[in-house]
Design a protein around this ligand. Structure first.
Ligand SMILES: NC(=O)C1=CN([C@@H]2O[C@H](COP(=O)(O)OP(=O)(O)OC[C@H]3O[C@@H](n4cnc5c(N)ncnc54)[C@H](O)[C@@H]3O)[C@@H](O)[C@H]2O)C=CC1
Ligand SMILES: O=C1[C@@H](O)[C@H](O)[C@@H](O)[C@H](O)[C@H]1O
Length: 350
């Protein structure tokens, strides 16, 4: 046990329980040392059978538990700021699920707190950066083989939304993945956003504006459109097509086994992100554990978490006002290197 990285997991719900299983059974060189959830029965159930783990109702008690050397935050978004600041106070490395915070002011406080430490401690849980298909698309775009990107067309469909889901969460929880993926794929900031919506689906809970169509403009003049539909009822579908000057590339078509029988051919459609992105989560957590054991922090930063929060906030303003909105981005502290820029002319709005 001594050699394994002792991790406290905060939140033992859908995602937290899956990360606990992953740390316990999939990832090497780590162990679950503590679990915290105000619903202690949930924490006990997720921690059942794990040697040497302690269970707590209070997150702070888990951070201070014996053997804890790092923290994985999988509580709901509104609890992340307090948990991140508590980890920073203790000098504990963190992997924090998205969204970093639901609002940009809270996200900026996190950025400033980490910048004051003078070193990175946190990695953000934007797992698409660890997905094999997204990594292939990123390498292709970076290689320049397709020329300058002009447009990204993205689709993000869930089968059904959880009962606590609100209309702004379509943007600040679900589309936050496309916001991060677009910034990462393009090496550009998202500068403006417009949100349109068709009539709400009758499959959506009463009052939830679902689906939505979100259009981003970038600092480099690329357009990114996202169909977000969290009560599609028919499948978990995440697609991204990059259209460039010299060709296009699309990921997310989900080619699995094709079964032909009775005169029909069919493929299974994933129903859940835990299935579609299983390997990405494994790679993300393994990479965090490996880097942490070497005293390094890699992957998406708190600045990426802040940028996603600021873009999402503009998206919610656009949704509520019906008018396109610019993104207000703070000045990036020196500690966070600018993303690499492509060489074409920037065409940001004046
Ligand atoms: N990367 C991804 O693809 C996904 C990320 N997420 C993110 O993971 C986080 C958790 O989401 P879910 O597991 O779906 O929610 P959930 O509602 O299933 O679980 C959250 C758990 O946290 C507990 N909790 C509440 N306040 C807490 C606190 N202060 N400290 C510790 N635990 C607390 C709740 O009792 C609950 O058991 C969210 O930030 C969500 O956006 C969720 C789904 C997929
Ligand atoms: O992060 C996630 C959820 O929180 C969100 O609610 C879903 O829409 C996303 O598909 C999933 O990846």
């Amino acid at each position: 046990m001594g050699d394994l990285l002792g991790v406290a997991v905060l939140g033992a719900g859908h995602m937290g329980a899956d990360h606990i299983r992953r740390l316990d059974r999939v990832v090497s060189s780590a162990r679950v040392a503590a679990v915290a959830d105000p619903e202690t029965d949930r924490a006990k159930e997720a921690a059942a059978g794990i040697d040497g783990v302690s269970v707590h109702a209070e997150p702070a008690a888990a951070l201070d538990a014996p053997g804890v050397q790092a923290v994985l935050i999988a509580s709901p978004g509104p609890a992340h700021e307090e948990a991140l600041l508590a980890a920073f106070e203790r000098g504990l490395p963190v992997l924090c699920e998205k969204p970093m915070t639901p609002d940009s002011a809270g996200a900026l406080r996190v950025v400033e707190a980490e910048a004051r430490l003078g070193r990175r401690l946190a990695q953000l849980g934007f797992m698409r950066r660890y997905d094999a298909e997204y990594m292939r698309l990123k390498s292709l775009l970076d290689s320049g083989r397709l020329g300058r990107p002009l447009m990204l067309h993205c689709t993000h469909r869930n089968v059904a939304s959880p009962s606590h889901f609100t209309t702004p969460m379509l943007i600040n929880s679900s589309v936050s993945h496309e916001i991060d993926a677009a910034r990462w794929l393009l090496d550009e900031e998202l500068t403006a956003v417009t949100v349109l919506r068709p009539r709400p689906s009758s499959n959506a809970p009463e009052g939830l504006l679902d689906p939505q169509f979100v259009l981003f403009e970038t600092s480099g003049g690329t357009l990114v459109d996202v169909e977000i539909f969290v009560n599609s009822g028919f499948g978990y579908q995440v697609r991204c097509e990059a259209v460039c000057e010299g060709g296009s590339a699309r990921i997310g078509d989900g080619h699995t086994m094709v079964v032909t029988t009775g005169g029909r051919a069919g493929e299974e459609v994933d129903q859940d992100y835990l299935v579609r992105f299983a390997e990405a989560y494994d790679r993300e957590v393994q990479s965090w554990v490996d880097a942490t054991r070497q005293g390094r922090v890699t992957g998406p930063s708190v600045w990426d978490g802040y940028a996603a929060a600021a873009v999402a906030e503009a998206g919610v303003r656009a949704l509520e006002s019906g008018v396109g909105q610019y993104v207000d981005l703070a000045v990036r502290p020196q500690a966070y290197e600018p993303t690499r820029r492509r060489t074409h002319d920037p065409r940001a709005r004046s």
